[in-house]
Design a protein around this ligand. Structure first.
Ligand code: FAD
Ligand code: NAG
Length: 428
């Protein structure tokens, strides 16, 4: 087994709940910093964890963190989409503009690929490290804390640590304990149909084959209240499409709710023939899901009253897909929390947890705000304006968000943030 770089043992014991991207990344980062980690997930197996989902995106601010985990970024690049652009079309079919992301390479890698495959790669690294105690088939049913420890209840048994990281996704129980109330999700008024199938299914179709026979592609059609994205990867051998549309949203959010091609077709009626054809070509056995987008108000805090339990990832801040930041922000969370714990040390865990929140809070919510911004820009495009300046419908790509190293930022800011916190609350 390879041995990986690990800081000297910090003596900090960390329990992490949830082995999604947020929890796994936090586990790896805590391990790198020398903390000792126990990770629980209710899933019985890694297969169960990676079975659902389709395209997921890590922008440079998220993906650059994978470069610190030996072998991970290389493995991801092998299965990721090989495009550095997005071709944008008017919903009636006219080509409008190609947005290039090539210049962003200097900010870090961009990874767009199958959620299950990418998750499996991170999982593999977490296991290979050999020092993370990973326990599957373990559902956490409660959280607790006092002044000098925190813990969880698993299978009726209490497990203790210096700090608990709740990374249980949008339906987090930890959230209720941290907040002291159940936060009610609201309908966002939008839903997403998502499909994934072999490129083969359209390789013989005259209208569509260019999307898969010349290597990878990435295209979007923009119209009123709806945007449709299609891409191919692995040299065109796999193809996926997703579209966001207005929806009454009165159903529970789920990544597993099957959708029907007939229903999808109603939404794209009157759209460019190529869009209709893509939907129609979705094979009967393709994975097609109807994912309701639930909206949650930003939480007032990510941390518990005694600052020994922290929410990270979707448990703390669910994102709309148009932000393209949900997964990346969940990685940043773990990076920052692990670094704060390292700098604070075992005797100052609540200070570390408070500093984590201070460092993350504004940035996460600024990133979250990009979701509705892009959606509005697309769904309410003024096409007369776009004709004059096609770049007006480019995805907003800002350096403050994307050219960002969460680890070095945390190292730089921790001292000042911690000093302010201690000045305000000397007992921390
Ligand atoms: C099934 C699924 C499919 C998805 N597909 C996509 C996709 O295709 N594209 C995309 O952009 N985003 C997708 N997402 C969302 C994306 O994964 C997240 O936005 C992002 O990765 C942050 O994830 P997270 O780790 O915070 O939460 P999640 O990925 O939701 O992970 C939470 C983990 O916590 C575990 N858990 C929950 N409750 C408990 C408990 N009580 N005890 C123990 N373990 C618990 C769950 O089993 C899960 O593994 C998907 C999410 C899910 C759950
Ligand atoms: C990519 O696919 C095309 C056919 O679609 C094939 O000609 C080419 O050899 C493939 N390239 C690689 C690197 O597999």
């Amino acid at each position: 087994m390879a041995s990986f770089h690990r800081r000297p043992a910090s003596g900090i014991k960390v329990i992490i709940v949830g082995a999604g991207f947020a929890g796994l990344s936090a586990a790896i980062e805590c391990d790198r910093k020398g903390h000792s980690v126990t990770l629980f997930d209710k899933a019985e197996s890694i297969e169960e964890l990676t079975r659902f989902g389709d395209i997921i995106s890590f922008d440079p601010n998220g993906a650059r963190n994978f470069e610190r985990w030996p072998g991970v970024i290389e493995a991801m690049q092998k299965v990721a989409r090989q495009t550095s652009w997005l071709d944008l079309y008017h919903w009636k079919g006219d080509f409008v503009t190609r947005q290039s992301f090539a210049d962003e390479r200097k900010w870090g890698p961009r990874i767009n690929g199958h959620r299950g495959e990418l998750h499996g790669i991170i999982w593999g690294h977490a296991v290979d490290r050999g020092t993370i105690d990973i326990r599957l088939g373990k559902r956490v049913t409660d959280y607790f804390e006092d002044d000098d420890k925190a813990g969880v209840v698993v299978d009726g048994e209490k497990m203790y640590a210096d700090v608990v990281i709740a990374a249980e996704g949008v339906r987090s129980r930890g959230r209720k304990i941290v907040l002291g109330f159940e936060d009610r999700p609201k309908s966002s008024g939008y839903a997403v149909y998502r499909a994934w199938f072999p490129g083969e299914a359209i390789a013989g179709n005259e209208m569509l084959k260019h999307l898969v026979v010349n290597g990878d592609t990435h295209s979007g059609w923009i119209g009123p209240d709806l945007h449709f994205l299609a891409s191919s990867l692995k040299n065109g051998s796999e193809f996926n499409w997703v579209f966001t549309h207005v929806d009454d949203g009165n159903i529970e959010e789920s990544w597993q709710f099957p959708g029907k091609v007939e229903d999808c077709l109603k939404y794209v009626e009157g759209w460019a023939p190529i869009v209709v054809e893509i939907v129609k070509s979705t094979p009967k056995d393709a994975r097609l899901i109807d994912h309701k987008l639930v909206y949650r108000e930003p939480l007032p805090t990510f941390i518990s009253p005694k600052a020994r339990i922290a929410l990270i990832g979707d448990a703390a801040h669910p994102f709309l897909p148009t932000s393209i930041q949900g997964a990346s922000q969940s990685i940043e969370d773990g990076v920052v929390l692990a670094a704060c714990l390292e700098l604070a040390g075992k005797n100052k865990v609540p200070l570390a947890v408070n500093a984590f929140e201070k460092i993350r809070y504004t940035r996460v919510h600024d990133a979250q705000a990009m979701g509705p911004k892009t959606r509005e820009k697309w769904h309410k495009a003024n096409w007369d304006e776009v004709q004059k300046t096609p770049e007006a419908i480019h995805l907003t790509r800002e350096a403050w968000l994307l050219n960002f190293d969460a680890e070095s930022d945390a190292y730089q800011r921790y001292g000042g943030v911690a000093a302010d916190l201690e000045a305000a609350r000397p007992r921390l």
